[in-house]
Ligand binder design. Sequence first.
Ligand code: SAH
Length: 390
Amino acid sequence: MTKLFLKRKITTRIANGHPWIFANEVNEVDGDIEPGATVEVYFHDKKFVGRGYANPQSQIVARLLTRDPKEEINEAFFYNRLLDCWNYKKKLGYEENCRLVFGEADFLPALIVDKFNDYFVIQTLSLGMDLWKPAIVSALNRIFSPKGIFERNDVPVRELEGMPQQKGFLSPEFDTNIVINENGLKFHVDILNGQKTGYFLDQQDNRRAIRNIVRDADVLEAFCYTGTFSLHAAHYGAKSVLGLDISENAVAQARKNAELNNLQDVCKFDAVNAFDVLKLWAKEGRQYDVVMLDPPAFTKSRENIQKAITGYKEINLRGMKLVKPGGFLVTASCTNLVQPDLFLQTIEMAAKDARKKLRQVTFQAQASDHPIIWGMENTNYLKFLIVEVR
Ligand code: SAH
């Protein structure tokens, strides 16, 4: 097996457990680095670091799968790891839906598996992981006897690994429009054409967090996707809810979800550009008891971080202006480069400019089926804040 020897001076990152080996951290290679093949990684002094898969075409030349010298990387490895993931998620209370595998944070770099009851949606985002797809599918079949498995590998990051974007069945074909349950509500999930894997499981606890503040409220939600927060608001007793999204498909699905839960009289949806509308309505002096914002990630690269901050400040400032004095702003950010402190500072700047005083109700992260690994900053990506606005 090909061996990679790290430079003498490596970052403490690798020693502390981070699974990525960057090409410029490698001092010497013994053997050929075959794309996707398993390699062994050693420190400069020949001490074993771990085993993982390689890709000479990627800046991340290897990603570690194990640090146990006795553990081989084979089909049984993937079965055992997936079983570990499931046992862990069950221990946290997950039964029906969960992110079964959240990549590095579940010790399976570049693998995403979402479990929607009996259906599974997977993403293999690196070449090494992609080659193990048959083993992953076989493990899912053994553990869950699923009704269907689908790959949503239509993601640009695969191209950095020299792989095409693709989507399709990894099981016999099935109807990709499914219905899942969450917090006592039902939601249509479009596995084939929905955003990402079809549904944002990471907000499931946060949707519950709005329970008390929406009672009898007039609620506005921008960036509502399929209406998940809006429907929770209606379910928890809001008087009226208006959800906005730029995607016609998302809005159509949101309306279907309202009907599915018999909340179509309370919950209305419109396909509009939220940036334009929030600005206009703030100017017009419209007022809501609760305003909720969950925009898409504003940047994936460090160069654009300032632009992302400006974007967050802008929409949150508009959002705050639309809140009645004593009402609530519910605001989220999934940009992992905007870490929690920076997000809060941005909200603070927006409040200053809007001349509003904020009283924090709660500040949380993603649901625990998307684990946060300490020392792996980008696993701590979702910020979710509720503040009273005065
Ligand atoms: N809160 C949702 C997820 C929102 S994802 C949930 O928990 O399910 C972000 C959404 O913002 C996407 O649906 C995307 O279509 C929408 N979006 C992106 N740009 C927008 C814009 N300018 N105006 C309105 N919606 C936008």
